[in-house]
Design a protein around this ligand. Structure first.
Ligand SMILES: Cc1ncc(COP(=O)(O)O)c(C=O)c1O
Length: 467
């Protein structure tokens, strides 16, 4: 049997990167077709005259770039497509004609509401405003129109108690775009960034696309454990740490104030910038101060209108220390020149008319009711949630595994997510599932779905056929 053995001479830099680059080239030119098995680590190490550790790191790097997938005990295989998987593949939006009978707890969408009429009204009013129409048709400065930034900064300050300065705010094409921009100006390909061992899949995708090494940090019921960041920084140079202190996705953890101080202390000591993701905005009374308010010079803050107004508006907000603003504006220009002013115009009209405030308080009430419902239906189960949170993190009783529950629920028309798509690298996903309580169409659907999950757990998983 002949194994694929790359010629590494033409690849500069560390040998593990050379191995990953050779895999990339072999995938592109078809030498390694989809499904091909890479040589066992020891075999390739002997053939190349490197250590087994170097091969392991090389395969790990190739996996991080989305080229291969490896599972302990069964080998490393070339993925089905040569294009890197985004990491968001498990989160594709269901087709409009998806089974209407399904109760979908999969994606943390805003609670369904009749936003179409609100949009129609805003568009009609805009149509009668020639000055605003002109603004939305013109190229604008990269950070966005000043009046839009001012309205959005005021909204964040007054409705969400996030004290941001208009001058520091950049408008982006959604929160995920803001995350990409932050990583782009804080890192270079190959740099290490850190995040909780389970984190937002968009971060996994962004890190992969920007060729960053994403390293998992230990967590507890308050999210990232600062000592684990300190330990990592003693071993490696870490450029940034990504976190969601107010409402972690998927575990729903909220960091206490002392934890925030400790995390900032470690980050500042090691010169690591914190990327604070606050897309799931949380009212001021239900959380300690934001990291950005505690240490503005060390934090890049991200949020968006997606979870309160509408995801389709793609209005994101990025606030960074002043020293990063020119590079951010430059990066934004390189992506799209500016976020579309029309979208920001509509968001600002919803804010100025008071509609955004009404939507937010209606949604809060609805989320509160859905969370209370879940607490009642899951009274005998272990779970984590926030009183007005989008998600619920259900820790499964023995003998259930997350994948088994997901499949069993799907066969009964209920969609939930395992921790697997949130896992950084090979960080083990616990036997738990995430339920986005916000997503189903009604409270009745939420109750029905929760009862199916509970009743499924009361039974036994399907017995696997053993050969
Ligand atoms: C934690 C977190 N950050 C960022 C985003 C992306 O937000 P947007 O839809 O505004 O790009 C999401 C979306 O689900 C999210 O859950």
């Amino acid at each position: 049997m002949t194994f694929w053995t790359p010629e590494l001479d033409g690849y500069p830099g560390p040998r593990y990167r050379a191995i990953a680059a050779a895999i990339a080239d072999a995938v592109t030119d078809g030498t390694l077709p989809p499904g091909a098995k890479l040589p066992p680590h020891r075999h390739l190490a002997d053939a190349l005259g490197v250590t087994v550790g170097t091969v392991t790191r090389g395969y790990g790097e190739a996996e991080r770039r989305g080229l291969v997938t490896g599972r302990v005990g069964s080998g490393t295989y070339v993925l089905g497509e040569s294009a890197p998987r985004s990491g968001l593949t498990d989160f594709s939006i269901p087709a409009a004609d998806a089974d209407a009978g399904t109760i979908d707890f999969g994606l943390a969408f805003p609670v369904p509401a009749h936003r179409e009429a609100m949009l129609a009204d805003a568009l009609r009013r805009l149509a009668d405003d020639p000055l605003a129409l002109r603004d939305t048709l013109s190229y604008q400065p990269e950070p966005g129109l000043h009046r839009h930034r001012e309205t959005l900064a005021t909204w964040l300050r007054e409705d969400w108690s996030v004290a941001l300065n208009t001058e520091e705010l950049l408008l982006t094409v959604g929160g995920l775009h803001a995350l990409h921009l932050s990583l782009q100006v804080l890192t270079r390909p190959g740099d290490a960034v850190a995040a909780a061992g389970l984190t937002y899949p968009g971060m996994l995708a962004a890190a992969r696309q920007q060729q960053l090494e994403l390293l998992p940090l230990a967590t507890d019921d308050q999210g990232i454990v600062p000592a684990s960041l300190a330990e990592l920084c003693r071993q490696r140079s870490v450029r940034a740490v990504y976190c969601m202190p107010n409402q972690d996705n998927p575990t729903t953890a909220c960091m206490g104030e002392a934890r925030r101080q400790d995390l900032l202390g470690v980050a500042m000591h090691h010169g690591v910038t914190i990327i604070e993701d606050d897309v799931h905005l949380v009212a001021a009374g239900e959380r300690p101060p934001n990291l950005v308010d505690m240490a503005p010079d060390h934090v890049v803050y991200i949020t968006s209108c997606s979870k309160i107004l509408a995801g389709g508006l793609r209005v994101g907000l990025l606030r960074a220390p002043r020293r990063l603003c020119p590079a951010l504006a430059d990066a934004l220009r390189g992506h799209c020149w500016m976020a579309p002013p029309l979208n920001a115009e509509l968001a600002c009209r919803w804010i100025e008319s008071g509609l955004a405030g009404e939507l937010a308080s209606w949604q809060r009430q609805e989320l509160g009711a859905r969370q209370a419902l879940a607490a009642e239906v899951f009274a005998d189960l272990q779970f984590r949630a926030r009183p007005y949170g989008f998600n619920l993190w259900l820790e499964l009783p023995e003998p259930w595994r997350a994948q088994e529950l997901t499949e069993a629920c799907a066969s009964r028309g209920v969609q939930v997510k395992t921790g697997e798509p949130f896992a950084v690298g090979r960080h083990p996903a616990p036997e738990a599932v995430r339920l986005a309580l916000s997503a189903p169409v009604s409270r009745d659907a939420v109750r029905q779905g929760l009862e199916i999950v509970r009743d499924t757990l009361a039974g036994q998983p399907a017995t696997p056929v053993t050969l």
